[in-house]
Design a protein around this ligand. Sequence first.
Ligand SMILES: Cc1cc2nc3c(=O)[nH]c(=O)nc-3n(C[C@H](O)[C@H](O)[C@H](O)COP(=O)(O)OP(=O)(O)OC[C@H]3O[C@@H](n4cnc5c(N)ncnc54)[C@H](O)[C@@H]3O)c2cc1C
Length: 619
Amino acid sequence: MAKHKTHYEDCDVLVVGGGMAGTGATFEARHWGRDLKIICVEKANIDRSGAVAQGLYAINCYMGMQWGENQPEDHVRYARNDLMGMVREDLGYDMARHVDSTVHMFDEWGLPMMKNEKTGRYLREGKWQIMIHGESYKPIVAEAAKKSADKIYNRIMVTHLLMDESQENRIGGAVGFNMRTGDFHVFRAKTVIVAAGGASHIFKPRAVGEGMGRTWYAPWSNGSAYALPIAVGAKMTQMENRIVLCRFKDGYGPVGAYFLHLKTYTQNANGENYEKKWYDQTKELVGEYIDHHPTPTCLRNHAFIQETIAGGGPIHMVTTEAFQDPHLETVGWENFLGMTVGQAVVWASQNIDPKYTNPELTTSEPYVMGSHATCSGAWVSGPEDLSPPEYFWGYNRMLTIDGLFGAGDTVGGSAHKFSSGSFTEGRLAAKAAVKYIEDQKAGGIKVSDKQCEDFKTAVYKPLENYTVGQNEITGGTVSPSYISPIQGLQRLQRIMDEYVGGIATNYMTNGNMLKRGLELLAWLEEDLENVGAEDYHQLMRAWELKHRALTSQCVTEHTMFREETRWPGYYYRGDHMKLDDDNWHCLTVSRRDPNTGKFAMEKVPVYHIVDENEKKKAS
Ligand SMILES: Cc1cc2nc3c(=O)[nH]c(=O)nc-3n(C[C@H](O)[C@H](O)[C@H](O)COP(=O)(O)OP(=O)(O)OC[C@H]3O[C@@H](n4cnc5c(N)ncnc54)[C@H](O)[C@@H]3O)c2cc1C
């Protein structure tokens, strides 16, 4: 290990991941902690990292309170409805009441916002979305973080969190390695904010072979946001609540602007409105939830999936009407150019001009995340003025480990934050982290050299595995002693796909399949001790895989625990096909024991805070 130099850095606030939430956290930490040492560590380069790397065409979460357009309560009702009742309303409300101020800062910082010419307000794409020329969205927010941090470390992948050795259950920092130099980095920190994005590529993607690597969610989102806290025993929530997206086929081009702004609609191969056909069947499964407005996203997926299974596909988006309007035609194309150029390229390669041909849609493989229309992630404390006692333990957005905070995709229970809400949640977490330090909660943290050295040995083991194991290869690239990261990834994806409700089974799973999936995941975990990496890039792939595998275990445990089908269209428990409000109107929470690797599961009440007072008055 001597060949890898070790660098030590001591700081007050350590932000892991410089995406939307991480840049928000870095910026806000400086606002409240003028004299604190603030460090942000990023796997890529914060100028173009995370899910917003390529840019966005809309900010999906803006209340418009200054114009009386929406109130935070409205957003809570919306997210609650979309997630079939299962959200942390304290977290959602807290984000929503602050998100407008974040968007106003983006405007001040030079993000080109589209305006409604008549009203002068931000141009709405839908009730919650406002439209932007967002190709440079990420560099703009990155600049704010760069001006706020003492130092930004790019190209360092954080592999493990450090724990304080003087006080139980308290954070001590994080370690990682530089993917260019190979150096080992130890960050001893009083507080850590994990903002490392969601998890793609844990389920086998539709795009394989020549399209390998193409996914809807960012391919580099590898579940570190979940694996880092899970590994140290932090509690997680709603990890079963994966998301499946309806997207344009092959390019995963987004459909939001098409539905909301261009008013396009879907139909089956015979030109029929297939959603209506599945109304009665869906009502059988979920009861009155199918009558909610807007129809929850999973239930629209459900109709799509059932129609396809019944032979009604391909499903098309009807663009040929809207695209006759030159303005809408331009918007339709620009929507991709600012966000998913690949979709335009796919259409060009398949000779599809949406003005004359209705393009095909598909449902994606599942993803795990906490900021989009789904709410998997860490179980965190809410704000003191809103949260019931079971949801509050001292500091907003603090996980169940003292001094460890989360934001964005990391945080569970609070869906529909999107880019602006994730940045906002980063700000909220940072404010609380600074208060934690000011309250003298971070005194006397001890991180021994041994703890760091042990991690160093573990981090570089894949290089060692390769160096030794390659000598045993007698032909080709297959070694008897190690597996490569891509081999391990494909094995993981097949386990998740075939046993945990991926595309192979039309999102179907059951208790027996999940049990088998867990067995196979345990063996994979064992084999990942022997993953081999030939260079630092492959070393990153090896650690990404390990984080994905741990995240997958947690997802599978949660899916096994919730014995109902709460979100048909995201996944189905064939042995419990109906939504079961009597037994499962609750949040699921897990904790993995770091010593034994065993998960313990519990049910936690879901409190409907918004409208509850009105209901009480009425009764
Ligand atoms: C295709 C797509 C379309 C979207 N469309 C919209 C939209 O139109 N409007 C909207 O408002 N939102 C949209 N979103 C959602 C928005 O992008 C996310 O909600 C937001 O980026 C989440 O913020 P985050 O900070 O949690 O994650 P990210 O922004 O993804 O940031 C995570 C960061 O952590 C880094 N990282 C990961 N692992 C490690 C590690 N181990 N060590 C160090 N660093 C690490 C990553 O490199 C990354 O920079 C879209 C997302 C996607 C993928």
